[in-house]
Ligand binder design. Structure first.
Ligand code: GLN
Length: 553
C-alpha cells in the first residue's frame, strides 16, 4: 500500500448547508457565494452546489420570468442563476454534478431502481431520496477535491418541497456531526409603521427548521439596516445559536461588498473554528477589494440599453433574467474606469418606429438571448436603428440571429425572409434549425435538446472579435437551436456582412460583424460570452463593446 502524506490523511471534506428562513429573494445565493469566497480567501479549496426544489429536471424548461436567468454550465447543464454567482465569486467553472433538482434526483433513483441497483429492496422516498442527495453532494465534493462544499437549498424552510433536502442535511449531520454546519439566511423586517426591527419571523423560521431535525449554527440576519447587539442576543436565545454566530447582513449598495461585510464579523474564522478547518491564518481578499473599489470610483458614465422582452412580472420589472449580461457589462466598465448606467428597455416598446428616437440617449445597445416571436419586431427595429445610426451594437445569440435577419431584410432587401423560429414557411430562412435538432423537436422532446455548453470557435484575422480576444482560438458556452443557414452565407458576405467566427469545421457561424470602416462596433455572437465574465476577469468582448460605446459617445 502507498504511504499517505499527512495532508491526505487529514483531509476530510466539510459541508456547509445554506437554507432560507422567512422569505425568498433576500440574497441566499449571494450569501452562499460570499461564504464560499471568504473561505476560498483563507486558502481552502471550495466548491458550491445548488439544490432546486422544482420537479423540472433542469432549468432549461423554466420560463425566465418565473425563474430568472438560465445559467449554462461549461458541460452544458442548464441551471439556476445562482450557479453563475458561484462561478463569478469563486472564479471557477462549476461541473454539472453541482446542480440538482427534485426532478433530477427522482430521475436517478428511478433509473437505479429499473437497473436493479437497489438489490430487490423496497425503494422509498425516505431514505432513498435523501441518500441520493447525499451521494451527489459527496461526489461533487470529491470531483472538485474540495475542502469545503457549500450547498444552497432553494426555497425556504417549512415548504413541503424542501423537506427531503433538509432530511438529507439531518442524515449527513447525524453520520458526520463534526463535518456539517448549517447557515440559515433569515430576514428581519423593520415595518414602517413601528420603525423597529422584528425578530419573530426569524424565531418562527428557526423553529420550522428545528422541526425537521436540523439546527442552525449560524444565522445570517438580512435586514435593511445592521442588526444591533440586543437583537442578536434575542435571536441567539430563541433560535439556539451563539450570539457571536448571529451575523449582521444589512442591505448593501453592491453584492460584491457582502464578502467584506462577513469578514468584518470574522465569519470565516468562526466557520473554520466550528468545523476544525485547517486554513491560512490570514485572509487574502486584496484583488477582490481592488475590484470593489473600482466599482465605486468610475467617474465618466457609459449608458447601455439592454433590449429584452422578459422584464415584466405583473407591475414589477425583473432584471434577474439577464443577470449575467448585466454583471458582464459592469465588470468591463469598471475595468475601463467607467461608471455603467444600464437601462432595461422592453423591445415591445419599439414596435412603433416613432419610439426609436428614445434610443438616442444611449452610447451602446445590446440585444441579449431570447426565444419565440414576442417582441421580435421591436428588436429588429432597434437593430436597424443601431446599424444605421452607428450606435455600437452587441447582439448575443438571438441578438446575433436577428442582426443577420435585419441585414438580409433591410440592407439586402430580401423578400419573404425570416428565421425558422418565427416563420418556418418563409421562402428564405437565413436562420434555420440545425439538422440534428429537427428530429428531436419532431418527437416533441424539447428538454436539453439545444446546442448546449462550451464549444471551440476560430476567429478570423483582422476582425473586431479577434482583436478583442487577442487570440484566434476561443471556447464559449452556447444555448441555441437555430443557426445561420449555410445556404445564405455567400449572399450575406457579398452583401457586406463579415462572418468573423466559425466552428472549427467551419460549418457553424459563431460571430458576425460589420467592417470597422462602416460601423464603430456592430458585432453579434452565437454564443453567450456573459456566462464566462468574472469580476476579477472581465470578458474581452464586453470590454470591447463598452469601450466602443464610450468612445462613440
Ligand atoms: N432562440 C434562438 C435559438 O434557439 C436563440 C437562443 C438564445 O438566444 N439563447 O437558436
Amino acid at each position: 500500500m502507498k504511504k499517505r502524506t499527512a495532508k491526505q490523511a487529514t483531509k476530510k471534506t466539510k459541508y456547509i448547508f445554506v437554507v432560507g428562513g422567512v422569505m425568498s429573494g433576500v440574497g441566499k445565493g449571494v450569501a452562499s457565494s460570499s461564504i464560499a469566497k471568504i473561505l476560498q480567501a483563507r486558502g481552502l479549496s471550495v466548491t458550491a452546489l445548488k439544490i432546486d426544489p422544482y420537479i423540472n429536471v433542469d432549468a432549461g424548461t423554466m420560463n425566465p420570468t418565473e425563474h430568472g436567468e438560465v445559467f449554462v454550465l461549461k458541460d452544458g447543464l442548464e441551471t439556476d442563476q445562482d450557479m453563475g454567482n458561484y462561478e463569478r465569486f469563486l472564479g471557477t467553472d462549476m461541473p454539472a454534478i453541482n446542480y440538482m433538482t427534485t426532478g433530477s434526483v427522482y430521475q436517478s433513483v428511478i433509473r437505479k431502481e429499473r437497473n436493479l441497483e437497489y438489490g430487490g429492496h423496497n425503494v422509498e422516498v425516505v431514505p432513498h431520496i435523501p441518500l441520493e442527495v447525499i451521494s451527489r453532494i459527496k461526489h461533487a465534493a470529491k470531483k472538485s477535491a474540495a475542502d469545503v462544499a457549500l450547498i444552497e437549498i432553494g426555497g425556504t424552510v417549512g415548504e413541503y418541497q424542501n423537506i427531503l433536502f433538509l432530511e438529507a442535511v439531518r442524515m449527513l449531520k447525524t453520520e458526520q456531526p463534526e463535518d456539517v454546519a448549517v447557515v440559515m439566511v433569515s430576514y428581519l423586517p423593520v415595518p414602517g409603521s413601528i420603525g423597529e426591527m422584528k425578530t419573530k419571523p426569524t424565531q418562527t423560521a428557526a423553529r420550522l427548521l428545528n422541526s425537521a431535525g436540523v439546527f442552525a449554527d449560524f444565522i445570517l440576519a438580512r435586514a435593511p439596516v445592521p442588526v444591533d447587539k440586543k437583537r442578536k442576543e434575542k435571536i441567539a436565545r430563541f433560535c439556539n445559536v451563539l450570539p457571536e454566530n448571529v451575523i449582521s447582513a444589512p442591505d448593501v449598495d453592491s453584492i460584491y461588498d457582502v464578502p467584506l461585510r462577513y469578514e468584518a464579523e470574522k465569519l470565516s474564522s468562526k466557520i473554520c473554528d466550528l468545523l476544525s478547518l485547517r486554513c491560512r491564518t490570514t485572509s487574502d481578499l486584496s484583488r477582490w477589494k481592488r475590484f470593489v473599489t473600482s466599482s465605486k470610483t468610475g467617474k465618466d458614465t457609459v449608458k447601455i440599453a439592454v433590449v429584452g422582452k422578459y422584464f415584466n412580472s405583473g407591475d414589477f420589472v425583473l432584471s434577474d433574467v439577464y443577470i449575467s449580461v448585466l454583471e458582464a457589462i459592469k465588470y468591463s466598465s469598471y475595468k475601463l474606469g467607467l461608471k455603467p448606467e444600464i437601462s432595461y428597455v422592453s423591445s415591445l416598446d419599439f414596435e412603433d418606429k416613432k419610439q426609436l428616437k428614445r434610443l438616442k440617449e444611449f452610447d451602446g445597445i445590446l440585444v441579449p438571448g431570447g426565444f419565440g416571436t414576442t417582441g421580435i419586431t421591436g428588436k429588429l427595429n432597434v437593430i436597424e436603428y443601431a446599424r444605421k445610426n452607428k450606435i455600437p451594437y452587441f447582439g448575443i445569440c438571438y441578438g446575433m440571429q436577428l442582426a443577420v435577419l435585419e441585414y438580409a431584410k433591410n440592407k439586402l432587401r430580401m423578400k419573404d425572409v425570416s428565421t425558422a423560429e418565427i416563420n418556418p414557411d418563409a421562402k428564405h430562412l437565413v436562420i434555420d434549425i440545425m439538422p440534428e435538432q429537427k428530429e428531436k423537436i419532431a418527437q416533441s422532446d424539447m428538454g436539453g435538446t439545444m446546442r448546449l455548453g462550451a464549444y471551440p470557435a476560430h476567429l478570423s484575422t483582422g476582425s473586431i472579435v479577434k482583436s478583442a480576444y487577442h487570440q484566434a482560438e476561443i471556447t464559449e458556452r452556447h444555448r441555441h437551436r437555430y443557426e445561420v443557414n449555410p445556404a445564405y452565407i455567400m449572399k450575406l458576405q457579398e452583401g457586406g456582412l463579415v462572418f468573423s467566427g466559425q466552428s472549427p469545421d467551419r460549418r457553424l457561424m459563431e460571430a458576425v460583424e460589420l467592417p470597422r470602416e462602416e460601423h464603430p462596433f456592430f458585432v453579434g455572437v452565437q454564443f453567450h460570452p456573459e456566462l464566462q465574465a468574472r469580476p476579477l476577469d472581465p470578458h474581452p468582448l464586453f470590454t470591447a463593446f463598452v469601450k466602443a460605446a464610450y468612445e462613440a459617445k
